[in-house]
Design a protein around this ligand. Structure first.
Ligand code: SF4
Length: 650
């Protein structure tokens, strides 16, 4: 049991049933700037799952902050009915709902008719993420923004929301006003801290005046932007103390980092490399200077971690946004003693913020239903109970077994190796990626709750299939390394990445990692070997190491490679190796280049489908489908998606 986590919290007379918060996060589920059916179903699922408070994502309230992204917009009274349907769906399940009001200021990429639009900020100070050089807002525009924010707040409350939240976090507009490095104004909004706080203070006062005494008004703020030239802890503490003492905020919702800096942006959605609950010491400091409840975010992915944060007095409420993205039922499970059934977020960032940065609706690699609550509602029950043999217990095979069992089939899941998990078992061996193994743990826990006959060390063959006599087959046999044409690859110097990770090969002292994929494998192996004392060079067949990773993770690891002193060679295409050298074509012109002094070359060349079993069984006459890597080499997300969606339709 989690006594503190499941104790109610009352803010301005609004009782919130527990201390679990879903923070405002962009979902890209909005339709024409409004919450539609998918958006409502997404949040209703979390409310039904027991979350205490949902803060819905940043809505644009002023024309100077509009983008072409599918964000929420709250600039017209016509929107009120749409927001009201969302508020009502959340309330129906007992959760509270608060709406964010956001202006990104200089952290914007505004497009108008395919052209770059003007970006307005407190001052004309360039920004590092979108590389904008903003124009300074005229004083009248600040006044106009304050008034527009108050109108946005009124619309939320007329829609039935319990409150509104202003964003001074992540280097957004109010943070830019607060920060003397981005606010060089000479008018009453710049200069002293009192002046730099003026836009925020006026907005809080205007919002209160527009919504009356009842609803909550919260402040989201980065306790420290953790960046050279960023908003620092001392300024934030003073601002929070002042706003709390003046009675202008009902809670402070803390995070760290800023979107406006490449390195510090990793804190916006911290990945598994960052320690759980690492922001809690920051929120504790804020809690010591304010008289209102303080919330904290940052890798709180399990109820026991949240309970510890609350017990330590570091916060009054814990943001568990990705934990809820992964498992909307997490609060109900924790509350009813079913913690072992919780599908924990592993901090991979691949399908939540990863989808968002790719311009797609968010989801979760472990839970394909997230973001598709309408389309994938419920598991269809099969009218005909079949005996299904599944070959391969990687993520695709395991999810397929769960889905088939839920549909009412009798399922035998055969794995050739001694362990279920497939490629995820290797991925967890990369430095600071151990949590990736949680994906396997979670699938195994889910499998255990279903009637699935899991047989390890069992290779499916025509003979085995004949003996088991299934009604249908699902082939999830995974992948094998791509056979890259490299001259001299049969020399003893060449090691496949999977053989290295599995401990089947040991590299020499001087290593070149040849990375065709520009994802985790090359970076991870380079860092792994460097830490083991090898001299490492990383040759990538692309513009940068990790170019195919989620942006925050990529930027974080680019810095780590630099700190480790690993030489990264971009645009390097391997074509040969001999006893002591590796041969590359380098740059756009394909300039031949020799890398001398190479004891071992590690090939990270990607994966190809392993279709051997499909060929062996193709003529056996049984209905079958292929899923996961043996169809086309896929990510864990795509494999698990196959295991749900392809099997439902089989
Ligand atoms: Fe967590 Fe990864 Fe799912 Fe995002 S995609 S919610 S980080 S498990």
């Amino acid at each position: 049991s989690y006594p503190r986590l499941f104790s109610p919290l009352t803010i301005r007379g609004h009782e919130i049933r527990n201390r679990i918060l879903s923070t405002g996060h962009q979902t890209y589920l909005a339709q024409a700037g409004l919450p539609g059916e998918d958006f409502i179903a997404y949040h209703a699922a979390r409310a039904r799952g027991g979350v205490g408070l949902i803060v819905t994502e940043a809505a644009r309230f002023h024309s100077s902050s509009m983008t072409q992204s599918p964000d929420l917009v709250i600039v017209s009274d016509d929107a009120i009915g749409h927001y009201a349907r969302l508020a009502s769906a959340v309330h129906e399940h007992g959760a509270r709902i608060i709406g964010q009001l956001s202006h990104a200021g200089r952290v914007s990429r505004r497009m108008q008719n395919g052209m770059r639009g003007v970006v307005f900020a407190p001052s004309s100070v360039p920004e590092n993420r979108f590389h904008t050089v903003p124009r300074e807002m005229p004083t009248e525009m600040v006044t106009e923004i304050v008034a527009a924010l108050a109108e946005g707040a009124r619309r939320y409350i007329e829609a039935g929301y319990d409150g509104v939240e202003l964003m001074a976090s992540h280097g957004l507009l109010f943070a830019q006003f607060l920060n003397p490095a981005s606010n060089l104004r000479k008018d009453c909004y710049g200069g002293s801290l009192e002046n730099r706080m003026r836009a925020l203070r006026e907005s809080l006062i205007a919002a209160r005046s527009a919504i009356g005494a009842g609803p909550m008004i919260g402040l989201r703020i980065s306790a420290d932007e953790l960046d050279e030239g960023g908003l620092d802890q001392a300024t934030v503490l003073e601002a929070c103390r002042d706003l709390s003492a003046a009675g202008l905020v009902d809670y402070v919702n803390t995070t760290v980092g800023t979107m406006a800096a490449l390195g510090a942006s990793v804190h916006v959605v911290p990945p598994m490399e960052i320690a759980p609950a690492y922001v809690a010491e920051h929120s504790r400091r804020i809690r010591a200077v304010v008289t209102v409840p303080v919330f904290v975010a940052g890798r709180i992915n399990q109820p026991q971690i949240a309970e510890e944060v609350l017990a330590a007095g570091q916060a009054d409420m814990c943001a568990m946004t990705r934990a809820l993205i992964t498992d909307p039922e997490m609060p109900n499970k924790a509350h009813s003693g079913r913690s072992d059934d919780i599908r924990a977020c592993i901090g991979c960032n691949q399908a939540c913020i990863g989808h968002f940065h790719a311009g797609q609706s968010i989801s979760c690699i472990q839970n394909p239903i997230t973001g598709r609550e309408v389309r994938l509602a419920g598991i269809p029950q099969s009218s005909q109970k079949r005996k299904i043999l599944i070959a391969g217990a990687g993520p695709a095979g395991m999810k397929a077994a769960i889905t088939a069992a839920q549909m009412g089939h009798k399922v035998i899941l055969a794995e050739a190796g001694p362990q279920a998990g497939g490629q995820a078992l290797l991925a967890q061996l990369l430095p600071e990626r151990a949590e990736f193994g949680g994906l396997v743990t979670n699938l195994l826990a889910e499998l255990a709750g279903h009637d699935v006959d899991l047989r390890l060390n069992t290779r499916v063959s025509a003979e085995l299939a004949a003996r088991i006599a299934p009604d249908a087959l699902i082939l999830a046999t995974g992948s094998k390394p791509v056979e890259t044409p490299v001259e001299g690859r049969d020399s003893g110097n060449v090691i496949e990445a999977c053989d290295l990770l599995a401990g089947r090969a040991r590299p020499g002292a001087r290593v070149v990692v040849a990375d065709w994929r520009c994802d985790w494998i090359g970076i991870g192996i380079a860092v792994l070997l460097q830490r083991a004392g090898h001299h490492v060079r990383l040759a990538v067949n692309g513009i940068a190491a990790g170019q195919n990773l989620q942006q925050y993770v990529r930027d974080h690891w680019a810095g780590r490679l630099h700190e480790a002193g690993i030489e990264v060679i971009p645009y390097a295409r391997l074509f040969g190796i001999d006893d002591d050298n590796a041969y590359f074509l380098h740059g756009a012109s394909g300039q031949p280049t020799i890398m001398e002094g190479v004891d071992s070359l590690i090939l990270c060349s990607g994966r190809a489908p392993d279709a051997a079993l499909e060929q062996e069984l193709g003529g056996c006459g049984l209905p079958f489908i292929t899923i996961g890597d043996c169809t086309i080499a896929r990510s864990a997300e795509e494999a698990i998606y196959d295991g749900l969606v392809e099997v439902r339709g089989f």
